[in-house]
Design a protein around this ligand. Sequence first.
Ligand SMILES: NC(=O)c1ccc[n+]([C@@H]2O[C@H](COP(=O)([O-])OP(=O)(O)OC[C@H]3O[C@@H](n4cnc5c(N)ncnc54)[C@H](OP(=O)(O)O)[C@@H]3O)[C@@H](O)[C@H]2O)c1
Length: 330
Amino acid sequence: MRNRLNQETELTNLRAESGLQRKVMRSSNWDRRRFLTVLGVSTVAPAWPRITLAQAGRPILRPVPATGEMLPTIGMGTWITFNVGSASAARAPLVPVRNRFFETGGALIDSSPMYGTSEAVIGELLTRTNSRQRLFSATKVWTYGQAAGERQLEASRRLWGVPRLDLIQIHNMLHWEAHLETLNAWKAQGKVRYIGITTSHGRRHGDLEKALMRAPFDFVQFTYSLADREAEQRLLPLAAERKIAVVINRPFDGGDLFASVKGRPLPAWTREFDCENWAQFFLKFITSHPAVCCAIPATSQAAHMAENMGALYGRLPDAKLRSRMVQQFA
Ligand SMILES: NC(=O)c1ccc[n+]([C@@H]2O[C@H](COP(=O)([O-])OP(=O)(O)OC[C@H]3O[C@@H](n4cnc5c(N)ncnc54)[C@H](OP(=O)(O)O)[C@@H]3O)[C@@H](O)[C@H]2O)c1
């Protein structure tokens, strides 16, 4: 009964998220891009932000505890940003976003069947790059019913155009026990390398904890940012204790963190951890948490990608600087 209630709550949440996605796609960013594309104006950044001294060093990597494989601490989300439909004019502005991601050391791309055309867009972008060997493919299963889940997983594999997905996560815990059975079988057959489970927006942390205690997940994904530090209480320590790799979604609170610092200069003390802009401030706060494997910011703009990937380089804040970062947002 409780399970059923959870699933119904989940479906309500999912409908709300899908509604939000449509709303955001109608908002200024997407409309601006489409408007300029229709006019034939390139929305590609005219010049790349310079590669800085910090970026010239080695990328920061973290191990996946299950295998010791090293992953870059900044990946890429695709929820709204890659759900652009099938028209090549709408997809073209994402080519420089992809290029910048791989050129600066990116590997993990996160998607889901819930994200409209995102998986198809990723698949197409991957056919047109020779950087695809860097890819760490992370998608999700998001449906009710084991058979429907299997069909969805096969569809994702086709859309991504990869022989084997690196990570499949059970999206928002929907019908997770059933999908876990399939995913364990897929893992045994070598069709997926890692299994994970997700939530976001601070939802159902208690249920997620129980799932992590019950089943041996390789990865867990949830929200953590300067706008929402709830995960510090239980989820992050639990993941560390159970040796589960943590992927952080909504690192910019969906973009709202930028609005909260609009017009505010970056404090001088942020140079102590090689921080050059607010994007790196928000991301380095997350990736400096010892339990975090990587954060997956989403962007539709190559210039923003360059800023975000800058957080993959240089020093990270220590515990003292992290407290100062929190105070900045108190
Ligand atoms: N339950 C789940 O499993 C779940 C739930 C939510 C999200 N996720 C995953 O997590 C990913 C990230 O979350 P999110 O997409 O909700 O939000 P987010 O990454 O916190 O924020 C994305 C927003 O930030 C803006 N942005 C990015 N870089 C910027 C920069 N350097 N300067 C200024 N603005 C910048 C983007 O606009 P521009 O396009 O203009 O750059 C976009 O509007 C998703 O895409 C998805 O893959 C998973």
